[in-house]
Design a protein around this ligand. Structure first.
Ligand code: ADP
Ligand code: MG
Length: 444
């Protein structure tokens, strides 16, 4: 561009008076040539106005067209305008970036997923659905224990489609997101907000719902989900559902949904065997740039249960210890040190029933009382603790917890949870009590 601009200047020197050339034309700076537009900066508003007069501009445009392109045109701005332009452009780009931001976790890809005997069928099914949505397995229902990679695989489908079929509307929500959206929708009387809910879910080309085991059988949530499901299915849209148990073991699930889920493929993901665990640890190390001695890999694979989440937790703790001591490699000493306060890994089979039973045993009260209507202090306090623990340890949505406690409203559950959260911060007795109950539960 600069070479061409030099030619333009040479030619202009012969076309205008020496004063005009020296004062105005020679002071122009070319900054950009794109989409046939040559952008020039003038050092002042006066210079800009002078050049923009047709006596100069007509000549300039003619010569620029000779040197650049026959369709080229010239735009002259002063420095302030130029800076403002750049600012606006940056803002616009930022906005577009936000609009385009990928909603899926970048780490959760098919490439980063270690395939072994325990998960190869689920992996193949998910890959097939990502490559050919709405063709073979619809709906695809995957289930398995906590930390075995269900959420990872859902995001992998999302990431794959984001890259390969960006025009598709791929929606990932947890059951809790869906429930909250629906509760908001019921509360809102405005038609616009009402239609936003339906638009969000019914315009999806691929709908993924995670942790469906938390679906409540109250306030019409299953009914709404049923209609969403039917609508999408009839329009040949792909539905993928993840759960910690198969549909037949979801006691609160309505039969009509159970039969819908069974129309496609139901596939379980099992606990990884020793070799797969080792492969997962090695993969995490190379991904995160962790350096650990081979013994440590073996140690983690032996020590931790089957939840990959726990494996990751212990690995990063060991690496953290080593880094505190400025070591380049994590050794067995670090592993032992890290394990000291790691405690037993969270049991993958912890569930709401176990929490309720443990709390009842601890306070010597009955299950009927804790889930029932009694309002005396001896019952209310354990009930609130129980609600807190279920929400905290299982991440169970409030509406689903309400179901466990005699159909209480989710705002009541929220109140109980918030009360205990606050007490933990202000009352050392509550803090000790909660920690004690948690460690009992982790040993279950
Ligand atoms: P789930 O949804 O089944 O409870 P997640 O998908 O959240 O489990 O997995 C927990 C963690 O373990 C995530 O960080 C995930 O990347 C990792 N993970 C699980 N299975 C695998 C696997 N086979 N290969 C690599 N990472 C895995
Ligand atoms: Mg999950």
């Amino acid at each position: 561009m600069l070479e061409q601009w030099k030619q333009v200047l040479n030619k202009m020197e012969n076309e205008v008076t020496a004063v005009t050339y020296d004062l105005w034309v020679s002071t122009l700076k070319p900054v950009q040539y794109s989409n046939d537009e040559l952008l020039l900066i003038a050092p002042s508003i006066t210079a800009k106005n002078q050049v923009n007069q047709s006596a100069i501009m007509d000549k300039l445009t003619r010569i620029v067209r000779e040197e650049f392109d026959k369709y080229a045109y010239v735009r002259v701005v002063d420095e302030k305008e130029y800076e403002e332009n750049i600012r606006q452009q940056a803002k616009q780009e930022e906005k577009e970036d936000v609009g385009r931001a990928c909603p899926f976790n970048k780490k959760y890809t098919f490439e980063n997923f270690v395939v072994g005997k325990s998960n190869q069928v689920v992996f193949a099914a998910m890959q097939n659905v990502a490559e050919h949505p709405s063709q073979k397995f619809n709906p695809l229902f995957i289930y398995g224990g906590s930390g075995l990679g269900k959420t990872h695989l859902l995001h992998a489908v999302g990431n794959y489609l984001w890259e390969n079929q960006p025009a598709l509307n791929v929606l990932y929500v947890t059951c809790e997101n869906f429930t909250n959206d629906y509760v908001d929708y019921l509360r809102n009387s405005k038609d616009k907000l009402k239609s936003e809910f339906r638009d969000k879910y019914r315009t999806a080309d691929v709908l993924m719902i995670d942790d469906i085991q938390f679906i409540s059988n109250r306030t019409g949530i299953q009914e709404e989900f049923f209609h969403t499901f039917n609508d999408l299915y009839q329009n040949n849209k792909q539905i993928i559902i993840a759960s910690d148990r198969p549909p037949k073991e979801m006691s609160t699930l309505e039969d009509r949904l159970r039969s819908r889920f069974s129309m496609g493929l139901i596939q379980d993901i099992q606990e990884p065997d020793y070799e797969t665990k080792v492969a997962i640890i090695k993969k995490k190390c190379s991904q995160e740039g962790y350096l650990v001695e081979p013994d440590v890999v073996d140690f983690i694979a032996q020590k931790v249960g089957t939840s990959v989440r726990d494996i990751e937790g212990l690995l990063s703790k060991i690496v953290f210890y080593a880094s505190l001591l400025n070591k380049t490699h994590a050794t067995m000493d670090d592993a032992h040190e890290a394990l000291k306060d790691y405690g037993e890994p969270e049991s993958t089979s912890l569930n709401a029933d176990k929490i309720i039973n443990t709390v009842c045993e601890f306070f010597k009260i009955s299950k009927e009382d804790i889930t029932g209507k009694k309002k005396n202090k001896e019952i209310v306090e354990p009930r609130q603790l129980c609600i807190y623990l279920i929400n905290d340890m299982l991440n169970m949505p409030l509406v689903a917890i309400g179901d466990l406690f005699g159909g209480r409203d989710h705002t009541t559950i929220m109140h109980a949870r918030d009360k205990v959260t606050k007490l933990i911060k202000t009352n050392p007795h509550t803090k000790t009590l909660v920690n004690d109950l948690k460690s009992r539960l982790l040993k279950c």
